[in-house]
Write a protein that binds this ligand. Structure first.
Ligand code: NAD
Ligand code: DAU
Length: 349
C-alpha cells in the first residue's frame, strides 16, 4: 500500500539514515523530511537522495502548528516517524528549557495536528523514536526491559520520558495508533562531533585532547546507526499498535575502553606509532548526574520481529573511522559552520 510518510528530524544523525533507507527501499512511498535545521540538522547528510522523485524536504519547526497543518494537507500525510528532538545530554544540562520546548511541547503539538487532521485515527500510525535513557541508570547488573519503570535522571531524558508519556496518553485517551521504540547509544557516519565517538575521531586527527568525563568507567550499549534504521523499518511495518520495543546492541563498553580502541585503530590507519593517540586522553570534570550504565534487553524485538544487530562493534568502529577520514569535507563544513548554508545554497531560500 502506498504511504505518505512524514519523518521529522530527518536531517539529523539517525534521521538521515532512516530517510535514506525509506527513500531507497520504498519508491512507492512519498517521504517528507520535516526538519527546522537546528545546529544538529545537516542537509549534506542527504546529498545522495535529495533529487529522488519520492523525497521532499520541508524546513519547518515542529512547534509551528500552522505550518505542520499545511505540510500534512499538502502531502496528504498518512503516517509519522518522529525523530526530531534536542538530543545532547550536556546541552540539556546547560539549557533544559530548549529540551522541554522541542521534545515535550513539539511532540504534543505534532500529536495534536495528527489528531485534528486524521479522520479515522486507526488507519494511521504515529511512531515515536525514544531512548533507553528514560529508564534511568543501571548498577553493575541487570538490563532495561520494556516493562522497566521510567526513572529519567537528566533534563534530556526527563523530556524524552515526558514525550513518551504523552504519546501513550494519546493512544489511551483518543485511540491514536502509536508505537514507541527506545534505543541505546547509536554510532556511525554523520553523527555530530559533539558526541563521544565522532568527537574522539575528530580530535585524534587534529591532535587535540580527548576529554573523558570522570574516570571513564560509565558504560553504554552501542549500536551501529544503520542497524537502528533497519529496526525502525521493521517496527514501522510490523510493530503492534500501542507497543514499546527496546532496541540495543548487546554491546556494552566502558567509555575509556572505547576511546582506547579508537586511539589504537586510528594510530594504525594514520600510520602513527602505536600508543601515540592515547597520550591525548585527558580526564576532565564529570558530567553532572552522569548515568553509570545503560544496557538494553532487546529480546522482544528479536523474538517478535526477527531483528538483531548485523554489525560487530570493532567492524562498525572501523567503518565509522573510515567514513570520517574519507569525508573530511563533511567534518570541515560542520566545524566551520558552513553546512548551515546548504539550505540557502541548494534550495534557493
Ligand atoms: P540529532 O540531534 O542528530 O538530530 C535531531 C534533528 O532534529 C536535527 O536534524 C534537528 O535539526 C531536528 N530538530 C530539532 N529540533 C527541531 C524542531 N523543533 N523542529 C524540527 N526539527 C527539529 O539527533 P539524533 O541523535 O539523530 O536522534 C534522533 C532521535 O533519536 C531523537 O529523538 C533522540 O532522542 C533519539 N535517540 C537518539 C539516540 C542516539 O544515540 N543518538 C539513541 C536513542 C534515541
Ligand atoms: O543512550 C541513548 C542516548 O545516547 C541518546 O538518547 C542521546 O541522544 C545520545 O546523545 C546518547 O547519549 P550519551 O550521553 O550517552 O552520549 P554521548 O556521546 O554524549 O556520551 C557517551 C558517554 O561518553 C557518556 O557516558 C558521556 C561520555 N563522554 C561524552 C562526551 C561528549 C565523555 O566522557 N566525554 C565527552 O566529551
Amino acid at each position: 500500500m502506498s504511504k505518505n510518510i512524514l519523518i521529522t528530524g530527518g536531517a539529523g544523525f539517525i534521521g538521515c539514515h532512516v530517510v535514506k533507507l525509506f527513500v531507497n527501499r520504498y519508491p512507492a512511498y512519498k517521504i517528507v523530511n520535516l526538519d527546522c535545521l537546528t545546529y544538529a540538522g545537516n542537509l549534506e547528510n542527504l546529498k545522495d537522495i535529495e533529487h529522488a522523485e519520492n523525497y521532499f524536504f520541508e524546513k519547518v519547526n515542529i512547534l509551528n502548528a500552522e505550518e505542520l497543518m499545511r505540510v500534512f494537507e499538502q502531502y496528504q500525510i498518512t503516517d509519522v516517524i518522529h525523530l526530531a528532538a534536542e538530543s545532547h545530554v550536556d546541552r540539556s544540562i546547560s539549557d533544559p528549557l530548549a529540551f522541554v520546548q522541542t521534545n515535550v511541547i513539539g511532540t504534543v503539538n505534532l500529536l495534536n495536528v495528527c489528531k485534528q487532521i486524521w479522520q479515522s485515527l486507526e488507519q494511521h500510525l504515529f511512531y515515536h523514536i525514544s531512548t533507553d535513557e528514560v529508564y534511568g541508570s543501571l548498577g553493575e547488573s541487570g538490563y532495561f526491559l520494556e516493562t522497566t519503570p521510567y526513572d529519567p535522571q537528566s533534563p534530556y531524558s526527563a523530556s524524552k520520558a515526558s514525550s513518551d508519556h504523552f504519546v501513550r496518553a494519546y493512544t489511551n485517551t483518543y485511540g491514536m495508533n502509536t508505537v514507541i521504540s527506545n534505543c541505546s547509544n547509536n554510532y556511525g557516519p554523520n553523527q555530530f562531533p559533539e558526541k563521544l565517538i565522532p568527537l574522539c575521531i575528530h580530535n585524534i586527527r587534529n591532535n587535540k585532547p580527548l576529554p573523558i568525563y570522570g574516570k571513564g568507567e560509565n558504560i553504554r550499549d552501542w549500536l551501529f546507526v544503520e542497524d537502528h534504521a533497519k529496526a525502525i523499518d521493521l517496527i514501522f511495518h510490523r510493530g503492534k499498535s500501542g507497543e514499546t520495543y527496546n532496541i540495543g546492541g548487546f554491546n556494552e563498553w566502558k567509555n575509556i575502553d572505547i576511546v582506547r580502541l579508537i586511539c589504537d585503530k586510528m594510530d594504525e590507519k594514520l600510520g602513527r606509532a602505536a600508543g601515540t593517540s592515547k597520550q591525548l586522553i585527558t580526564f576532565v570534570k564529570d558530567r553532572a548526574g552522569h548515568d553509570m550504565r545503560y544496557a538494553i534487553d532487546a529480546h522482544k524485538i528479536k523474538q517478535e520481529l526477527g531483528w538483531e544487530p548485523s554489525l560487530q562493534f570493532e567492524e562498525g568502529i572501523s567503518k565509522t573511522i573510515d567514513w570520517y577520514m574519507e569525508h573530511e569535507a563533511w567534518l570541515n563544513n560542520v566545524t566551520s559552520g558552513s553546512y548551515q548554508k546548504y539550505y540557502e545554497e541548494h534550495y534557493g531560500k
